[in-house]
Ligand binder design. Structure first.
Ligand code: SF4
Ligand code: SF4
Length: 175
């Protein structure tokens, strides 16, 4: 019981940090120069293209297996599985946040979900557009999904996304 209480407190602390980080990302995006936005637009198209490609492989399987399992997806409603240890809301780092946010209106995170240890973008599935997920989220496959998907093909697509991220320069966004 003590352990559960401790974990619940940890969820709240982690969540606060995750929210602060996400809000800083939003401010960074708002103050980008025109030149930085131009650079970001090209890279964003590349990132979103890769995400659309991988989602075309994943979605048919998600549609098949997930409705049976929800609303217990990944048991996130238990403190043992804190989503907020991802470090930021939606699992975003600054790079993939900028690439996803570019020229898109992302849904407002529902921070009320923090108390239930649910991702602020979860509402019977992810509320983010399918090409606007973080690299962390797009890499996650539960056992059921892994059994159904061609994981070799998925890994090839993940490597392409990783290479877009590796070639992305935050310095170019600070000009
Ligand atoms: S991703 Fe996995 S755990 Fe989550 S709803 Fe789908 S099948 Fe269930
Ligand atoms: S896929 Fe969407 S709902 Fe799931 S953890 Fe990532 S942002 Fe949250």
């Amino acid at each position: 019981m003590d352990n559960v209480h401790h974990l619940s407190e940890r969820v709240v602390t982690d969540f606060k940090k995750a929210r602060e980080k996400y809000e800083i990302y939003g401010k960074f995006y708002m103050f980008l120069s025109d030149k930085a936005r131009e650079y970001l637009e090209d890279k964003s198209q590349e990132y979103k293209g890769c995400l659309n490609d991988i989602q075309r492989l994943i979605l048919p399987i998600v549609k098949k297996v997930c409705p049976i399992c929800q609303p217990h997806c990944c048991r996130l409603s238990t403190p043992e599985r804190s989503i907020y240890i991802a470090g930021s809301v939606g699992g975003f780092e600054l790079c993939d946040y900028l690439l996803a946010q570019c020229n898109t209106t992302l849904p407002d995170p529902d921070y009320g979900k923090a108390e239930r240890n649910l991702c602020p973008f979860w509402e019977h599935g992810c509320t983010l557009p399918m090409d606007c997920r973080s690299y962390l989220c797009i890499q996650y496959f539960c056992d059921e999904l892994q059994q159904e998907l061609d994981m070799k093909l998925i890994s090839e697509h993940l490597r392409k996304i990783e290479s877009v991220l590796n070639s992305f320069s935050i310095a170019e966004c600070m000009v």
